[in-house]
Design a binder for this molecule. Structure first.
Ligand code: UDP
Length: 319
């Protein structure tokens, strides 16, 4: 039996990862979360499985586990600008840095493999396009996104130092915008906002002129590559971009969603948040060459599945 610990396991990506990993009868899953942005609802169906355990814990504090851990996925962190900014900024930095140290110490104690969920945000507002792993980024260190961007950069640095100094088996992945079922409807991300707005008959809110771009990866494609990367040989450390290179402007995304749900919905514009990156698209050459991986689910198909999820869960959507 392999014991796999997932910090942030009740969040959007974490709960989808728990659901997939628990399918393998040789896996035991320990899901660790403080439920700050994740919810028990995301893992409710897994709680009755004897190979699934939930521990309510904030990884800012050290975690003592009295069982041997084989693999750790470190996903815990508020990931939405709405949550990681403003009054939660210091908490976000602490989660990135102290959380990474605590998880790395746990890996050290257990001689476990550990995967860090890093982010495309470490590239900041990029001045090369698309972004490859060699690009070291353009981050404003004193801006309102810095707690997350710099926090995640520091976490990458800690991972590589623990590897160099303590020989910890690390994997660092840089996750680009991801969407799909179990997204928090209330976290202000563009896909969940637009879908929920359209389902409720409200205006779709585009920030700025909508010409900024993002490249959206459906959750199942991300989970697939995450598990492949964890299983890779010890000498594969990353960093590696994980995302879908299908790039869209936010205007294009709004139109796609509007036309799928209700073409009578209006689109309104709101001010562009500070330091909002102008464009983002992963160069996934490394993932293609090393893992023979590329996303399979198109934005249109992925949106259909996500719309279906939100339709079925509309009663939980806060108005
Ligand atoms: N955005 C938008 N309307 C919304 C929410 C977000 O136009 O209701 C924009 C946001 O300004 C950004 C893009 O959509 O340019 C992606 O935002 P999100 O918060 O989903 O992800 P991130 O900025 O972290 O990539």
């Amino acid at each position: 039996m392999k014991t796999i610990l997932i910090s942030g396991g009740s969040g959007f990506i974490g709960s989808n990862l728990c659901k997939e990993l628990v399918k393998n009868e040789n896996n035991k899953i320990i899901c660790v979360d403080n439920n700050y942005t994740g919810t028990i609802g995301n893992i409710k169906k897994l709680l009755s499985n004897p190979r699934f355990e939930f521990i309510e814990h904030d990884i800012i504090e050290p975690l003592n586990i009295n069982q041997k851990i084989d693999e750790i996925y470190n996903l815990a962190c508020p990931a939405s600008p709405k949550f990681y900014q403003k009054e939660h900024a210091i908490f976000t930095s602490k989660t990135c840095v102290l959380g990474a140290i605590n998880m790395l110490e746990l890996a050290k104690k257990n001689n476990a493999r550990i995967l860090q969920a890093s982010t495309s945000e470490i590239y900041g507002n990029p001045d090369i396009h698309p972004q490859n792993e060699a690009y070291s980024g353009n981050v404003n260190p004193i801006g309102i996104r810095a707690c997350y961007d710099e926090g995640k950069r520091m976490a990458e640095s800690l991972f590589f130092d623990y590897h160099r100094i303590h020989n910890i088996k690390i994997k660092v992945i840089r996750i680009f915008n991801t969407y799909g079922p179990k997204m928090n409807s209330n976290d202000g991300r563009v896909v969940s906002n637009f879908i929920c707005q359209a389902l409720k008959g409200e205006d779709i809110t585009i920030y700025g002129n909508g010409e900024q771009t993002r490249s959206f990866c459906y959750i199942d494609d991300l989970i697939d590559i995450m598990i492949k990367i964890m299983a890779s040989s010890d000498d594969f450390l990353g960093p590696i971009n994980t995302g879908n290179p299908e790039e869209l402007t936010i205007n294009e995304l709004a139109l796609l969603i509007k036309n799928k749900i209700n073409s009578n919905i209006k689109i309104t514009h709101k001010p562009l948040p500070k330091d909002d990156p102008k464009k983002r698209k992963p160069d996934i050459t490394l993932a293609k060459e090393y893992f023979n991986w590329e996303p399979k689910i198109s934005i249109s198909k992925g949106l259909d599945k996500t719309i279906e999820y939100f339709k079925n869960n509309l009663q939980y959507i806060k108005r």
